[in-house]
Design a protein around this ligand. Structure first.
Ligand code: PMM
Length: 301
């Protein structure tokens, strides 16, 4: 399973990893505003680690469809103290940013992973920063900023095009000095993918095609609109974001069984249970020694 990739500074487990989300933003689609103050965001991150997050992903810029960009200074103000305090507490931290300067400051503050939803396209300095620091790097499939991505969600073969575009981006990053072993790939569910066209489900159904690229996969479907659409009520309205957690857990179980390296989720505990169920399911019970001991260890229990 996902443990054999050995990304520097990140935990290794014989199961799919859990990345818990802390959005230090007033406007993220699923939890905007809830953890906006640094103190609340730090507490939330520590809580997610206790709940079983292997990595805590800290982001200061909303990427919901239609969102406008925040300034670099504001993004730094939001995330830097949160990254620093979580890292100091022993949490493996990932920084969700498209800006090389923000990534650089976050890595200096202790982040072990740069999670760039633009796959290096939003900031030409990102590749160099990743190469120079040697930090792990999530390269997501992306076709443009939030205000323009939905109109770019035009595909004749969504799986083939996303796979080829990920390969091109990976080649470009490696061409600028990034070691391929630093890279984690992400098909970018919800980013230039339209629920009404089934793009997200097509990518999930063909997840095996992404393993052909030879890198670990991060899947981030938590609370996304394609789940809301799937669970629409009789009135035709999408299920609201905060009521999509059970569906998220189901998705986690399925992608963990299909070998995903990590899932990025808002509600950690049930997903942490789900990846353990998937690991036991895959191994046929051969390796049940770990249990949740890793979580107890970290929280000093
Ligand atoms: N989605 C969001 C934010 N960051 N990072 C990665 N690697 N992949 C994603 O799909 C992704 C991401 C948007 O969701 P949120 O607003 O709930 O954080």
């Amino acid at each position: 399973m996902g443990s054999t990739y050995n990304l520097v500074g990140l935990p290794e487990r014989d199961r799919c990893l859990i990345m818990g989300v802390v959005n230090v933003t007033p406007d993220s689609f699923s939890d905007g505003g809830v953890w906006f103050e640094p103190r609340q965001a730090i507490e939330r991150g520590l809580r997610l680690a206790e709940d079983g997050a292997d990595i805590v992903d800290v982001g200061g810029e909303s990427t919901r469809p239609g969102a406008q960009r925040v300034s670099r200074d504001e993004e730094l103000r939001r995330i830097e103290p949160v990254v620093a305090e979580l890292a100091r507490s022993g949490v493996a931290v990932s920084v969700d940013t498209m800006r090389a300067e923000v990534a650089e400051r976050a890595v200096a503050a202790g982040a072990s992973l740069v999670n760039d939803v633009s796959g290096g396209l939003a900031d030409p300095a990102m590749a160099r920063l990743v190469a120079d620091t040697g930090v792990g790097y999530v390269l997501m499939h992306w076709r443009g900023h939030s205000h323009e991505m939905q109109e770019r969600a035009v595909y004749s073969d969504v799986v083939g095009e996303v796979r080829d575009e990920l390969r091109q981006r990976m080649d470009a990053m490696v061409g600028e000095g990034v070691d391929p072993r630093q890279i984690v790939l992400d098909p970018g569910l919800g980013f230039a993918k339209r629920p009404e066209h089934g793009h997200n489900w097509a990518l999930l159904a063909e997840i095996d095609q992404f393993y052909e690229l030879g890198r670990p996969l991060l899947i981030a479907g938590s609370r996304k609109r394609f789940l809301g659409r799937l669970l629409a009520g009789a009135d035709g309205e999408d299920r609201p974001a905060v009521e999509r957690d059970d569906a998220t857990v189901a998705l986690t179980t399925l992608v963990a069984d299909r070998g995903a390296w990590c899932v990025r989720v808002h509600e950690v505990r049930p997903n942490a249970d789900a990846v353990r169920v998937a690991a036991a399911w895959r191994s046929g019970g051969d390796d049940l020694t770990e249990g949740r001991a890793d979580v107890a260890e970290r929280s000093g229990q």
